[in-house]
Ligand binder design. Sequence first.
Ligand code: FES
Length: 272
Amino acid sequence: ATGTEPPQVHKGVHEATRAAIGPRHLRTDRWWLAPALTAAGLLAFIVYSTWRAFANADYYAAPYVSPFYSPCLAENCEPMRSGPNWEIFGSWWGLSPALLILIFPLGFRLTCYYYRKAYYRGFWASPPACAVAEPHKKYSGETRFPLIMQNIHRYFFYAAVPVAGILTYDTVLAFRDEHYEWGHMGLGTLVFLVNIVLIWAYTISCHSCRHIIGGRLRHFSKHPVRYRLWGWVGKLNARHMQLAWASLFSVALADLYVYLVASGAFDDPRLF
Ligand code: FES
């Protein structure tokens, strides 16, 4: 050392203003379990959904269309008599049509406040858990590119609402049989029903939604309707993490169900 180096500036937990504690953390419980399970769960979904999104096959089994492929926006969609099929992208689009629509629900989940916490902890250890110092030397939070882009979450919420609306329409169409006769239900209809309830519950419980409904109001008493809605959204919002996982699982299950029926693994049991 020459003695002329600038003094080392410590950030985060090693900052001069923080208590000088030697060990990385003082937790004695299995704090690593939650981030490890989170990472495993997210990884499983990423692998499954990537395979299905690129598969470009077995996403339609009358009257069901996979939520990964709806609405279908390309000309190369399987001929379907179920679900919206808008050929906005012409014959030049040769890849899987799922890639066109999945951007929106994926962006919604990727920028979600809960998932951010989940994958920052699970994949990036930033921080690994409460009261466990992160291994990274620098910390700039979400103040710089690319993480500052997380602020567009609200706009993904706006996109997620019509997508949920379309999946609702698909669920209504599932009340038909394979010959498109109305007034029938199969096991798939139940799978779709559970999925759409969870998708809506997750979407409405969004923190951005809560702010849109009840934010920036000076007096709740002057906005009784918004206040009441805000209260309901708040109750769901308290369960946002659970709804994030439940809807992630249910949307994958709905897709898997369509895949199994479409690929001939089994026939959709008709309930009536
Ligand atoms: Fe999770 Fe908006 S905060 S979806």
